[in-house]
Ligand binder design. Structure first.
Ligand code: ADP
Length: 553
């Protein structure tokens, strides 16, 4: 029993002794590996022996230990004699456990052949190749394997250096993907570019054709034409312009056209042109252009803006039409109207006088029949009087002699008087006076009454079915607006634009009413002379609203 107990204690202490020796040995190996020691004292029983490690060896050991590549030494049997920490880390194994293992344990099936080939060659000469290494969690690590034979004390060995190519491969892969994307993007760009080039070619061609087309057209119409920039500078004239003016593009480009406009028309022309450039509204003005032989001829200028998809004005296209002959015709006609109406006035006045003489007889001296005829003659005479007055007004307007005295007028009173008149003249119609309050303006009562009566009689004349006419006066900012509203035949947009022109009448086969197209022309002139505006609203078939506005005093 005593014997057995001693043996157990002895064994226990021996075991402890051995464990301490093992730990010491491990520490020593680690110290040698990391270069912390370069000499060892070894106890060999009776005495101590000193082993020094060669300095050069130590440097290499440290170098190999610290390097970023896996380093392994194998013997002829392929067993690992030495490996560095990086290799142990790559294969995810404690370093000491790798020693003595066959290196091929870490080579996967796919790399067997390459590895074997490399191994065979390496004993003869240094070689390199790419292989895979089984790493952490059986993941394959792409590596560059460099094999060099080594002469060791124990015999010939092979040094294997394994460079981890994962990062390189990944970068390569990414690079490949990027490259592919780049190629695809380049293809798309090339395609787009080609398409764009085609479109540009097509457009250029279209543009060329349309420019040629425009030039052809422009040079073959009787009018003079031009194009100008949004700034007003003229950049093109057709041939007719050069022929007419006898001037070159150099003389008349940009604002050069002003040289050939009659001095009396220059201000109005320039003002209207600038105003259209600012507002984008159609430019329309009549003026005289000097011909090459120094003769001035009247022209009607019209220019319309051309806009891009964004609605911005790109340029203007203008035409100047020679209206000299029409002007002369009109002048002759106006002259004739002036003379004729003047000539008609005299017999009309005497007729009126004779009728008055007849009515001045005692009632019982005139037979009833004659009295009726006289009444009818008076009505016809009044109509004739209005017509002649209108004709005289037109010729006065033409001669710039439509003048009259101004005073302060109550528009509400004026409208009331006109409605009373209208009720008397047109008993079949209903008139509504929608009057806000008293509105005072500066003007000529007779002329303004003439305007209101003209609008009312038109409302009656052009609404045969619906007999209601509304006359409304209302404040519009610092103006009073008088509107005459009817529910008759109405007007189209085109008609509305031309309605205030001299002698303009709507041609309507279905509806005929007598008139000469002078009433609205005269009314517009009177309102203009009062510093007012005149206009029309309404729809074809639904009635019209004619209105004018005058500044309040
Ligand atoms: P007139 O009535 O003598 O023809 P106006 O100058 O008064 O001349 O009117 C010009 C034209 O305007 C008329 O011929 C007619 O076609 C149109 N017009 C005028 N007033 C109205 C209205 N209230 N409704 C529809 N059309 C009208």
């Amino acid at each position: 029993m005593e014997q057995a107990k001693i043996t157990y204690d002895q064994l226990l202490s021996e075991n402890n002794e051995l464990r301490i020796q093992l730990e010491e040995a491990n520490d020593t190996i680690e110290a040698i590996r990391t270069g912390q020691v370069d000499a060892l004292i070894v106890n060999n029983g009776d005495s101590h022996e000193l082993y020094t490690l060669k300095t050069a060896d130590q440097t290499y050991r440290v170098f190999i230990e610290k390097m970023n590549e896996g380093a392994v030494t194998i013997n002829r049997d392929g067993l690992i004699l030495y490996s560095n920490s990086k290799f142990a880390d790559m294969v995810n194994m404690p370093l000491e456990k790798t020693i003595g293992l066959s290196f091929s344990t870490f080579i996967p099936e796919v790399s067997h052949e390459v590895f074997e080939k490399c191994l065979i060659n390496a004993w003869e000469e240094d070689c390199k190749d790419e292989i895979q290494l089984i790493g952490r969690n059986h993941q394959l690590i792409p590596c560059l394997l460099s094999c060099n034979s080594l002469e060791l004390d124990e015999g010939l060995a092979l040094s294997l250096i394994l460079t981890d190519l994962s990062l390189l491969k990944e970068t390569e892969r990414q690079l490949k993907i990027k490259n592919l994307q780049l190629v695809a993007a380049r293809h798309v760009t090339e395609k787009l570019n080609n398409e764009l080039e085609d479109t540009v070619k097509e457009r250029t061609n279209e543009l060329f054709l349309s420019r040629e087309h425009f030039k052809y057209l422009a040079n073959n119409i009787p009018q003079m034409t031009w194009t100008n920039l949004p700034t007003g500078e003229v950049d093109y004239y057709n041939q007719q312009w050069y022929t007419y003016t006898g001037l070159s593009i150099e003389d008349t480009k940009k604002w050069g056209w002003q040289k050939v406009v009659h001095p009396d028309d220059l201000q109005t022309t320039t003002d209207k042109f600038l105003s259209s450039l600012r507002s984008g509204e159609i430019f329309e003005v009549e003026n005289r252009y000097k011909r090459a032989d120094d003769v001035y001829r009247w022209h009607l200028n019209r220019a319309v803006p051309l806009r891009n998809e964004e609605g911005e004005i790109v340029f203007w296209v203008g035409t100047a039409t020679d209206i000299e002959d029409q002007k002369k015709e009109m002048e002759k006609r106006d002259e004739f109207i002036g003379i004729a109406s003047h000539e008609l006035k005299t017999p009309l006045t005497s007729l009126k006088g004779y009728l008055q003489l007849i009515t001045s007889y005692k009632k019982e001296d005139i037979p009833v029949k004659v009295e009726q005829y006289v009444e009818k003659a008076n009505k016809a005479l009044n109509k004739l009087q209005t017509l002649i007055n209108d004709l005289l007004d037109v010729s006065k307007i033409q001669a710039g002699r439509l003048e009259y005295a101004f005073s302060t007028i109550n528009i509400s009173d004026l409208v009331k008087t006109c409605i009373e008149n209208a009720e008397h003249i047109y008993p079949a119609n209903q008139f509504e006076d929608e009057d806000g309050s008293d509105f005072f303006v500066s003007g000529n009562t007779e002329r303004l009454e003439q305007v209101v009566m003209n609008l009312i009689s038109n409302a009656v004349k052009y609404s045969q079915e619906n007999k209601k006419v509304i006359v409304r006066s209302a404040r519009h900012g610092d103006r009073v607006r008088v509107s005459v509203i009817d529910f008759g035949i109405g007007l189209s947009e085109d008609q509305k634009e031309r309605i205030f022109e001299r002698f303009y009448r709507v041609e309507d086969k279905k509806f005929t009413a007598s008139g000469l197209g002078m009433g609205l022309y005269i009314s517009a002139e009177i309102i203009r002379n009062h510093n007012g505006i005149i206009g029309v609203d309404g729809e074809l078939g639904k009635g019209a609203t004619f209105y004018f506005e005058l500044p309040l005093v």
